[in-house]
Design a protein around this ligand. Structure first.
Ligand code: HEM
Ligand SMILES: [Cu+2]
Length: 535
């Protein structure tokens, strides 16, 4: 073997062990690992803020932290979880690692841009952490004006700047994925042979590129009004506060699909593999992710039903919101149909995937409830909304993210995680999640408003249950952190395809070599060519 060929077979992890080799890497797989580490850090920062919230709400009185600290806690929690964890999570970690592998490419189209995305993410993160150290922000993750521009005396500018910067990281990732998927597919890999995970990230990238600039512009306007007192949103200065809400939700509703579409992609891969059957209704699944991405741009006004927007606007937004539920439901039906008569096995990734489908379904169905104009007048700004979006974002997206991490862990690291612990954690998370968030539907229905640190005593029992659930959930999240780290050294060697899964990523070694494939693979079959039984 020539020296050159030998170099080709070393794994990407062995391509240099110094910090510098990591911080200057252009390898999509290493950048994915950088993201994995930073995102995990932010997940636990956001988690600590959540713990403060749930501790305060154990008792009806405001006795654990002051009202100010409470406001800062839920603001930090929202900002970190949305922008520094959920938006980048699946695309930046799993997408970065897998998209080139899944389409038989050597890397993403723009490796330098990819590294720049991670640096922007880190820079944005530094601003956000700096903001917390300086004293925090109390506007909520939504930065509603004119409170954020004229009245709040916390560190709004730093917070907004952090989010502004991290937005560019997301735009860069989106551009990179779109170009890569268009231009770098292996011979024979036509659009309708792409894994659903690639489709889902493609749809997500379109949203990232089209919606995120609106967020950047909106946050700039917040800073302009706050610094220069120029009337944009504050009515006292001749501005319009509703303008902010329109602009903010024009980004932030599509953004919720940035958080959930990639999760849908993961679910499709996992369910197909562990039921040994092709994804049912493949083309409709692909059309559905695209339809969700497009329709997602037409429903932002459902966050503003009680803000004073016209009733006719409200009716249209309500109608369009119902329409998003159609492709979402198609996905749920098709996952169920994929399972039907499949040869199902319940490894940890599959437990997460099934958890995802079930919890996403509850999230989606309650979405229809809050999308009904008349019902939402009662439910808006209550814990019902909190429960709704946590069912989708935590029950859905985080479950799928963890399922994906477990499924592709052997590919990323070359080692298996301990299966029994994996299952225990999955069950613990599922139970903990439901105990935490189901009571919040009831609390919201009973009228408990969000964002208050005190509440009437008759709501205490449900709040105690919810906080107890949060403790179980926290333990559930800590477990994978521990055993995955453990497995890096002691885990069983995985081999290239431990799940006997289809998909190009499984045809190369684990962990893959720097350039992924020894030679460009040629694709001759449809996606998910599973036979019913493991060989
Ligand atoms: C079937 C699809 C869905 C429908 C019809 C729907 C509908 C709604 C409606 C009407 C609201 C506003 C309620 C209010 O403020 O009173 C809302 C809030 C929210 N939804 Fe959904 N939703 C759906 C899916 C999703 C998805 C997929 C996500 C995230 C991945 C999500 C995340 C959120 C968030 C974050 C909020 C609250 C934002 C806030 O006020 O802080 N929703 N949803
Ligand atoms: Cu929305």
């Amino acid at each position: 073997m020539s020296a050159n060929a030998a170099a080709e077979y070393t794994s990407y992890l062995d391509e240099g062990e110094t910090l510098k080799s990591w911080l200057t890497t252009l390898d999509h797989k290493r950048i994915a690992v950088l993201y994995l580490v930073s995102i995990t850090l932010f997940f636990f920062i956001g988690g600590i803020a959540a713990a403060v919230i749930r501790l305060e709400l154990v008792t009806a009185g405001g006795d654990f932290v002051t009202a100010e600290t409470y406001n800062k806690s839920f603001s930090l929690h929202g900002i970190v979880m949305v922008w520094f964890f959920l938006i980048p999570s699946i695309p930046a970690v799993l997408g970065n690692f897998l998209i080139p592998l899944m389409i038989g490419a050597r890397d993403l189209a723009f490796p330098r841009l990819n590294l720049a995305s991670w640096y922007l993410y880190t820079l944005g993160g530094i601003f956000t952490i700096g903001m917390v150290i300086a004293g925090g922000v109390d506007t909520g993750w939504t930065f509603y004006t004119p409170f954020s521009t004229m009245f709040s005396n916390t560190y709004v500018i730093a917070a907004v700047l952090g989010v502004f910067i991290v937005g560019f990281s997301s735009i860069f990732t989106g551009i990179n994925f779109i170009v890569t998927i268009h231009k770098m597919r292996a011979p024979g890999l036509t659009w309708f042979r792409l894994p659903m995970f690639v489709w889902a990230n493609y749809a997500t990238s379109v949203i990232m590129v089209l919606a995120t600039p609106v967020l950047a512009m909106t946050l700039t306007l917040v800073a302009v009004e706050r610094i220069f007192q120029i009337g944009i949103f504050d009515p006292a200065l001749g501005g319009d506060p509703l303008l902010f809400q329109h602009l903010f939700w024009f980004y932030s509703h599509p953004a919720v699909y940035i958080m959930v579409l990639p999760a849908m992609g993961v679910a499709s891969e996992l369910i197909a593999c562990f039921s040994r059957s092709p994804v049912f209704g493949y083309r409709f699944m692909a059309y559905s992710v695209m339809a969700i991405a497009i329709l997602g741009f037409l429903v932002w006004g459902h966050h503003m039903f009680v803000s004073g927007e016209s009733v006719y606007a409200g009716m249209m937004f309500s109608l369009f919101s119902f329409m998003v539920a159609i492709p979402s439901a198609i996905k749920v039906f098709n996952w169920t149909a994929t399972l039907y008569k499949g040869s199902i096995s319940f490894e940890a990734p599959m437990l997460y995937a099934l958890g995802f489908v079930f919890l996403f379904m509850i999230g989606g169905l309650t979405g229809i409830i809050v999308a009904a104009l008349a019902l939402d007048v009662h439910l808006t700004d209550t814990y019902f909304v909190i429960a709704h979006f946590h069912y989708i974002m935590v029950g859905g997206s985080v479950m799928a993210y963890l399922g994906g991490i477990h499924f592709w862990w052997p590919k990323m690291t070359g080692r298996m995680y301990p299966e029994m612990w994996g299952r225990i954690a999955a069950v613990l998370i599922f139970v903990g999640f439901n105990v935490t968030f189901f009571p919040q539907f009831l609390l919201g229905y009973l009228g408990m408003p969000r964002r208050y640190h005190e509440y009437p005593e008759e709501l205490e029992v449900l709040n105690v249950i919810s906080s107890g659930g949060a403790l179980i959930l926290a333990l559930g999240y800590l477990l994978p952190l521990l055993y995955l780290l453990w497995s890096l050294r002691y885990g069983r060697i995985a081999g290239s395809n431990p799940w006997e899964a289809k998909g190009l990523e499984w045809q190369t070694s684990s962990p893959p070599a720097k350039y992924n494939f020894r030679e460009t693979p040629i694709v001759t079959e449809e996606a998910y060519a599973y036979s019913p039984y493991k060989v």
